[in-house]
Design a protein around this ligand. Structure first.
Ligand SMILES: [Zn+2]
Ligand SMILES: [Zn+2]
Length: 579
């Protein structure tokens, strides 16, 4: 069995003081309890898996409750049975004199966790990274820190008041698995499948956390180094961000158009916090974005040690005031940063966004500040901004000063596939045939994998008979990257894709068509805005078309959203009137 188990105990002194706690090694507690004048321990056997032990401890921690030994046992027994049938033996009374070791020796563990939240299983690596010799049982060090309230220890997966399991590491409340456990030997143990890639979180495994406690000390002023000039909308956003740092607000929204260049607007604020001796986390959803941002940050802050964390990056426990990290890596920080910038990039409203927000909130110091940067804030965030509950600055224009392309909405149905003389709808036929001569590329979006396959195949066959080259790709198609490259270098004229294709793609002279765009389960307003944001990135003219059997609310919202951004751009003088 690999999971530590925890003894519940009642410590008593001759003058009637008592203390209830739990310990993976009661000898360690005995040593310090004796120093505090306690004389005996009543220990419950057998030791329990952590989530059960902490549940019982919580039930016993009623203020003012006088825990005489008989009551202690009855309450423990009752609390255990409410969660899980477990055989509990009457407590054994031991004198501290016989239990305590003669001496105990721990190294200086003050800064061990500082701003981290880690599973017990991650401790050996942390300890080694701190240059300490990994002890035979790191859990003993943790018991020592826990006894003195210097770390927080909780079961990585626990149950709420309704008895429903949730993951403390990643915040998941659904999909937690219950199974026979190899770690604790229990037939009912909970496991979180969502954060598994970071090491398994279970209800019998401890999760340790400690806020970062040291006060920031002002350093030499740091200025970001730019080898380009910020555009006027970027400058405006950048100074709004710096002002936000001086004010009393805790959160700030940077609402930028796709391709508006929002990353750089944070550099001034980052420099300001670093100069004051503070710590900054730049959080993004994906590994490739961290890798892409790392050299840009290094260039802007050449004198700064920078830690970039993503799956397989190494350097997990390196200390730095400036950290770039993916969602999952953010899950290892606890009240560690004075400023966190959450950059959703031009990603789709992606899976895992809730986890990222959870991780980021926890990684922030209690007085820290959070900046959210996104092209497509969700409904709740937009409503908060509209009510004035969160300050917001918009970057309504791209550096090239051309407006965003406003999508056209078309009502048209697709012919069912299967007939030999299948034809795409007339507007699409026209667009495809024009590709012969106009030097443009076309991306055709469809909502589901099945539709991509059905209509993609039909469309490619139809196009081939007209000497046009196309391909259909979706999440499960191998060679997606090659298809993207083929579109970019002209080997393909068009691609039929699902939304997965969306990520991180800038193709010049691109037009976009969204078919069955009225499928609101897939094409919600934010997704449509992101898709429309793929065109005109270099300032060139382009077309976006949302086509569906009906006009959905999301289509209209997306068009209104984009038009409103353009209006703001014109009003602020960030866009040139078309000549
Ligand atoms: Zn989890
Ligand atoms: Zn277990």
């Amino acid at each position: 069995m690999l999971a530590p188990k925890y003894f519940l105990y009642l410590a008593e002194s001759d003058e009637g003081r008592f203390r209830v706690s739990l310990s993976s090694n009661p000898r360690i507690d005995a040593y310090f309890l004796a120093e505090e004048g306690f004389t005996a321990l009543q220990i419950i056997k057998p030791p329990l898996p952590l989530y059960l032990a902490e549940w019982v401890l919580e039930q016993l921690s009623t203020p003012g409750l006088k825990l005489k030994s008989g009551l202690f046992f009855r309450m423990v027994k009752r609390a255990v049975q409410t969660i899980q049938p477990h055989r509990i033996l009457p407590p054994v009374k031991l004198s501290l004199a016989e239990l305590r070791p003669e001496s105990l020796d721990f190294p200086d563990l003050t800064g061990l966790l500082q701003g981290r939240i880690l599973l017990g299983t991650e401790l050996p690596e942390l300890i080694a990274a701190k240059g300490l010799e990994v002890p035979w049982n790191p859990e003993d060090w943790m018991q020592y820190l826990y006894f003195h309230s210097r770390v927080r220890r909780e079961a990585a997966v626990s149950v709420d008041r309704l008895g429903l399991p949730f993951c403390r590491r990643c915040g998941a409340t659904t999909g937690i698995l219950e199974d026979d456990c190899y770690f604790c030997g229990n037939s009912r143990c909970y496991t979180c499948p969502h954060c598994r890639s970071m090491g398994v979180a279970k209800s019998c495994l401890p999760l340790y956390s400690q806020p970062r406690s040291e006060e920031p000390v002002a350093e030499e002023a740091i200025l970001p180094h730019f080898d380009f000039e910020l555009t006027p909308p970027q400058k405006r956003a950048s100074s709004a961000l710096e002002q936000f740092l001086d004010g009393g607000e805790r959160q700030f929204l940077v609402w930028a158009v796709c391709g508006g260049g929002k990353t750089e607007v944070s550099f001034g604020a980052v420099a300001k916090v670093l100069s004051a001796g503070g710590r900054v986390l730049f959080a993004v959803p994906r590994k490739d974005v961290v890798q892409e941002l790392e050299p840009r940050f290094q260039k802007a802050f050449p004198a700064q040690t920078l830690v970039a964390l993503y799956g397989g990056s190494g350097g997990r426990y390196e200390e730095s005031s400036l950290v770039l990290a993916t969602t999952h890596q953010c899950l290892r920080f606890y009240q560690a940063f004075d400023l966190i910038i959450l950059d959703e990039e031009d990603a789709f409203p992606y899976f895992g966004s809730e986890m990222l927000h959870f991780a980021v909130r926890r990684a922030l110091k209690p007085q820290g500040k959070l900046v959210m940067m996104t092209a497509t804030p969700d409904r709740e965030l937009r409503a908060r901004a509209a009510r004035g509950e969160i300050p917001v600055v918009e970057i309504p224009a791209r550096p090239h000063r051309r407006p965003l392309i406003v999508p056209q909405i078309l009502r048209t149905a697709l012919n069912p596939v299967g007939r030999k003389d299948w034809q795409p709808p007339p507007f699409l036929r026209e667009k495809l045939e024009a590709l012969h001569s106009n030097g443009r590329k076309l991306l055709v979006f469809l909502p589901t994998v099945r539709e991509v396959e059905q209509f993609g195949r039909a469309l490619c066959d139809w196009a081939q008979s007209r000497t046009l080259k196309g391909k259909y790709v979706h999440a499960r198609t191998p060679g997606r990257l090659e298809a993207k490259a083929a579109l970019l270098d002209g080997a393909h004229d068009f691609l039929v894709v699902s939304t997965v294709f969306e990520r991180g793609i800038t193709i010049p002279n691109l037009d976009v068509v969204v078919l069955n765009a009225d499928d609101e389960a897939i094409f919600d307003c934010r997704t449509l805005v992101q898709i429309a944001g793929r065109v005109g990135r270099m300032g060139e003219a382009a077309q976006v078309c949302f086509a569906g059997k009906r006009q959905s609310r999301a289509m209209h919202e997306a068009v209104t959203w984009i038009s409103r951004m353009n209006e703001a751009g014109y009003q602020l003088g960030f866009l040139d009137e078309s000549s």
